[in-house]
Design a binder for this molecule. Sequence first.
Ligand SMILES: CC(C)(COP(=O)(O)OP(=O)(O)OC[C@H]1O[C@@H](n2cnc3c(N)ncnc32)[C@H](O)[C@@H]1OP(=O)(O)O)[C@@H](O)C(=O)NCCC(=O)NCCS
Length: 268
Amino acid sequence: MWLIELLLEPDRKPNEAAMHTNPLQDYSDDKGNVIEFSGTTSPKSFVTFRGSNNRVIIDPQANIPFMSVLMDCDNGTLIIKRTRAKFSARIRIGQDSTIKIGKSVSSTGPVDISACEGTTVQIGNDCMIALGVRIRSDDGHPIFDVTSGKRINVSRDITIKDHVWLGIESSILKGAVIGEGSVVGAGSLVSGTFPNNCAIGGNPAKILSTNIAWERPHLSLSEPYYKPHVSALKKQSKYWNLTKQSSTGRQALGKLKRAVKPKKNKKK
Ligand SMILES: CC(C)(COP(=O)(O)OP(=O)(O)OC[C@H]1O[C@@H](n2cnc3c(N)ncnc32)[C@H](O)[C@@H]1OP(=O)(O)O)[C@@H](O)C(=O)NCCC(=O)NCCS
């Protein structure tokens, strides 16, 4: 999708001639661009450098069926630790920006991740990412206040903590923070801060339930084929926690409780 954007905007960067597209394997050039990856991937995987001092560092044990990386500007960093199962992505990194993928992250298909304007997108350890997920710390184009000329849609870091499950076709927008052990429902649009061990969903995403924990074994690919209680599995105890109420989380939980428990009628 981003490649199509590039083809439609051929004059987007003055130093287009200086663009270098390389296979995803060990590489360095005289502009300080570096790829460190001695593992295996598809021959279709590539990295494009347009500027200087960009770094792509991928653990040799990462299982990367496909990855495209566009380093648009200078001083970009991509770090990917060893994966669990497969992890594929279409990545775009702008000026002074960073994308970090923790240990044992998996994706069912290529996840779209973008960071620019000095932001960081951080995905914690043991996260599970379903098909069609998009994560972007920027809106791609600026929006300004007409009176003051000030930028309104400022790019902001995204933090997805350890053991978060991003459901199918979910989108994670700038500034989002998702607490450890939480689940993002299918098709959700996430912006804002959410606590640990909760399920969130909708557009915009709200808390659907708290004090939940998810486990990775697939319902039909791993025995037993019915899993009515956690005793059927080897649970990852460290992610079984009650939801802590952070300040933003408290507001969200307050709304949830009010929705679940309607106010009692006043006594006459
Ligand atoms: C979020 C999710 C985990 C909730 O499952 P659940 O705990 O069984 O919840 P329920 O289906 O009982 O729904 C509870 C409420 O949340 C709402 N809800 C459920 N999923 C939602 C979603 N994705 N977006 C918005 N609201 C959602 C339901 O409408 C229901 O609302 P109500 O109480 O007002 O009727 C699940 O619906 C989901 O989206 N799973 C992701 C699946 C996926 O992406 N799999 C990919 C394979 S890796």
